[in-house]
Design a protein around this ligand. Structure first.
Ligand SMILES: C[S@@+](CC[C@H](N)C(=O)[O-])C[C@H]1O[C@@H](n2cnc3c(N)ncnc32)[C@H](O)[C@@H]1O
Length: 222
């Protein structure tokens, strides 16, 4: 039901955008991501693409103020068009284009990054995660959805698809190659940012090795 309303926001978009968002909805466990995002407050999505996840977060939690950013102007335009089809009280969501190498600075309650880091060199992934962690106050959460490197058959299938998307079809703005960092390595980076990290597979029922990291800034002891 939520998915149907979400995808209906793209009805006036070009058919390539409608197809892409429908496939994305079917192939990524967005409900599992949504479930770990705070129900209210300022939420930043880095690498929001066509805005599907940002819109889903905003529609699922009307007390959330969601802001999505991406380096791809055309995708941000599509996200804004979709947001323009929301009812005035349905959700609060906005989008901006940012330059490559952009870093967040403002304090937020949560940062969400879904399937973006693998497009960046590992050192750049770590710098971006560090900047995101720096935006979190006590109780703030950094949610990272990437694909794991195992099980091997799911990882191989994912590599074929991503190579097609970035190198052949040009659907995803990459540029630096594909860099799948194991979740345990990322969890170590996030722990180094003084965040408490939960790590779990969310790939059940999907042929992709979806993995979720939920990194929380601890509240000071009373
Ligand atoms: C596979 S898409 C995922 C989009 C969205 N997060 C989702 O889950 O549907 C990856 C997105 O990351 C964006 N991207 C790549 N490098 C980026 C960067 N350095 N900063 C922000 N966005 C970036 C791409 O333009 C693309 O829209």
């Amino acid at each position: 039901m939520r998915g149907r309303r979400l995808l209906s926001l793209y009805r006036g978009s070009p058919s390539a955008v409608r197809l892409h968002t429908a496939l994305r909805w079917a192939s990524c466990p967005f409900p599992a991501v949504e479930a770990v995002v705070p129900p209210r407050g300022r939420i930043l999505e880095v690498g929001c693409g066509h805005g599907l996840l940002s819109l889903f977060l905003a529609m699922s939690g009307p007390a959330r103020r969601v802001h999505g950013v991406d380096v791809d102007q055309a995708k941000v335009d599509a996200a804004r068009s979709a947001a323009g089809r929301l009812g005035s009280r349905e959700a609060e969501v906005s989008f901006d284009t940012v330059a490559r190498g952009w870093r967040p600075h403002d304090r937020v309650d949560a940062v969400v990054i879904a399937d973006v880091l693998y497009l960046l060199e590992p050192a750049e992934q770590r710098r971006l995660l560090s900047a995101c962690a720096g935006c979190l106050g006590p109780g703030g959460v950094l949610v990272v959805k990437e694909v794991a490197t195992e099980p091997a058959w799911k990882f191989r299938w994912n590599q074929v698809q991503e190579t097609l998307s970035t190198r052949v079809l040009g659907i995803t703005a990459g540029g630096d190659g594909l860099h799948f960092v194991p979740p345990s390595t990322m969890a170590g980076w996030l722990g180094g940012e003084q965040l408490g990290v939960e790590s779990r597979a969310v790939d059940r029922g999907y042929p992709w090795p979806h993995h979720l990291l939920v990194a929380r800034r601890p509240r000071p002891a009373p």
